[in-house]
Structure formats: structure tokens, C-alpha cells
Design a protein around this ligand. Structure first.
Ligand SMILES: [Zn+2]
Length: 110
């Protein structure tokens, strides 16, 4: 990536860090993930995965290994800008349902 593009990429990530927009969920069984409240969507970031070749993921990005969302979350974590919450299975279900709503079924007339 050219240096100018890298600066734009980093700038976009830093500008997306808003107060209260990064929630770090930790479950009793040790799972940890970040829910990010963006300007147009909520999405999840997982960092530090130990069993995959790529140690992070973003539910918004399907094609980029490192996206600005992951970089922003890494920066927010480093700057202690994440609010931490404990989460159980029901909390995770609510998070997933919010991020991945079931598409409305089409009626027979459509
Ligand atoms: Zn992303």
C-alpha cells in the first residue's frame, strides 16, 4: 500500500473513534469481542484469535484482511477508549440478532 494511502487509511480509522462507540464484551468462558457503533452500522470485531492464521475479524468486511474497523478497534483498545461489559450467551444472541437481522420474508404478491 503506498504511504499516502496508508496515511488515509490510518486517518479514517482514527477519525472513527468516538466516545462510547467501542464496547468490549467479555464472557465468563473467556470469549472476548468488540461491538462497534459506527455512523451507519453496528458491527463486531474479534481480535487476538489464537486458532486461525489471521488473528482478527470484522463482520463488515468480507474482502479485506485488515480493514479500518479492525485498525480503529486496535487503536481504541490501546488508548483505553473501550467500555468493558460482561456478556452471557443471551447477551451475545442479542448482539448477533441486532447485527444480523433476519431478512423480511417476501409475500406471495411480490
Ligand atoms: Zn471492517
Amino acid at each position: 500500500m503506498p504511504f499516502d494511502d496508508l496515511l488515509l487509511f490510518a486517518n479514517a480509522a482514527i477519525n472513527s473513534i468516538k466516545p462510547g462507540s467501542f464496547i468490549h464484551y467479555v464472557t465468563p468462558w473467556g470469549h472476548t469481542e468488540y461491538e462497534v457503533i459506527g455512523s451507519t452500522a453496528r458491527y463486531s470485531i474479534i481480535l487476538d484469535m489464537k486458532t486461525t492464521p489471521i488473528p482478527y475479524s470484522c463482520t463488515l468486511s468480507e474482502t479485506h484482511i485488515m480493514c479500518k474497523h479492525i485498525l480503529a478497534t486496535l487503536i481504541a483498545r490501546r488508548l483505553n477508549r473501550c467500555s468493558m461489559r460482561s456478556a452471557g450467551p443471551n447477551d451475545l444472541a442479542v448482539i448477533f440478532a441486532r447485527q444480523f437481522p433476519i431478512p423480511e420474508q417476501k409475500t406471495a404478491n411480490e
